[in-house]
Design a protein around this ligand. Sequence first.
Ligand code: FES
Length: 101
Amino acid sequence: MAFHPASTLGQLPPGALTEVSIEGKQIALCNVEGVIHAIDGVCPHRSGPLAEGALHGTMVVCPWHAWEFDCVTGRHDYNPGIQLETYQVKVEGDDILVELP
Ligand code: FES
């Protein structure tokens, strides 16, 4: 387990959603009222780019077919059998770091 530099608070203001690539893995980073969360960036439906969708509160909406996932828990909004990986995040100064297994 190691934390990797992912972005900065300056690049990810509250309400923002962005994709980062860490060691070849697509991760969606979201800023919910100043708290940063990280989930898998690839939609499990048809591999849509989640970070190119919208962020409504804690919900990330896939841009392709509008599946929704909670960026805090990684859970699909109505199917509990669909769960995205979530990642630990820490902020050091302006730097956002994401822990990958
Ligand atoms: S690819 Fe995400 S909802 Fe279809």
